[in-house]
Design a protein around this ligand. Structure first.
Ligand code: BEZ
Length: 266
């Protein structure tokens, strides 16, 4: 979920690690049959479908209409599969303003909350979407996430003459809070935070040599979109050069992800 115009094909083809890691978060969610579960920022629907496979009634929402169109095509295409799961649905909705008539047993969110700077608005919507006793289970980028990549980007932009502070102010699209920041916001809203952890998870990027380039083009597009094609290539090349010794090993790039996992109870 984001305000980006995602390339859904690129997302599914080269960035499958986003939901592959999310499968582990499903263990923390532990969906039960007939529970109503909202998947906030469902992207192309892989984890929402897994939630529904467990027997829960799953609704995936995403602000990006192209992602929802792809999720519908992936999982709700009656022509391809007449036995589709009718307890699985998708809708376009904004994480900072959504409202449903149904109250949910759980809200699940993987790799999404760091895209939304207005954390309090999202937390408020989630709280009101839950039944009393309902749970929020979420994972997202925490303080220090992809720090070496963003620092290398900053330096590369400066080297080609951009005022990187101005670019960062305009383009920095992420919110990577500390545990203290995020749990305080949850508690202020009324959540009981029963689990919170910040951990490093170096994340392997697919496509060998092209892994970091693909990641930058997909996820750092707002930094790069101000640049000409030649400038983009130059910046990517500089970032790769800078990070090769730390993030490239045996033909594979990895990203220095740092995750927060939290469980909050309404
Ligand atoms: C993340 O999942 O942590 C992430 C993804 C894209 C850009 C920045 C962070």
């Amino acid at each position: 979920m984001s305000t980006n115009n995602w390339d859904t094909a690129l997302y599914e083809d080269k960035h499958a690690f986003v939901w592959k890691y999310g499968e582990d978060l499903l263990n923390l969610l532990a969906p039960q049959p007939r529970e109503k579960i909202l998947d906030l920022g469902c992207g192309t629907g892989q984890l929402t479908a897994k939630i529904a496979e467990s027997g829960a009634i799953a609704l995936g929402i995403d602000a990006d209409a192209a992602m929802i169109a792809r999720a519908n095509a992936n999982y709700l295409n009656l022509d391809l599969d007449p036995n589709i799961n009718r307890d699985l649905n998708f809708a376009v909705a904004d994480a900072t303003s959504f409202k449903f008539d149904t109250a949910f047993d759980a809200v699940f969110s993987n790799a999404v909350l760091h895209w939304i700077p207005d954390a309090d608005a999202v937390i408020r919507c989630i709280y009101h979407a839950l039944k009393p006793g309902g749970r929020l289970v979420a994972e997202f980028g925490g303080k220090g996430n992809v720090k070496s990549i963003t620092s290398a980007l900053d330096e590369a932009l400066q080297e080609i003459g951009f005022d990187s502070t101005a670019v960062a102010l305009y383009a920095y699209p992420w919110y990577f809070p500390s545990i203290g920041d995020y749990t305080t916001r949850l508690e202020r809203q009324g959540f009981d935070v029963v689990y919170a952890v910040l951990f490093n998870r170096s994340t392997v990027l697919s496509d060998g040599d092209a892994g970091l380039r693909n990641w930058l083009l997909m996820f750092a597009s707002r930094f790069l979109s101000e640049l000409s094609h030649e400038q983009q290539n130059l910046v990517i090349h500089k970032v790769e050069k800078r990070l090769k010794s730390s993030l490239f090993q045996d033909g594979v790039w990895s990203a220095d992800y740092r995750r927060i996992r939290i469980v909050g109870i309404r």
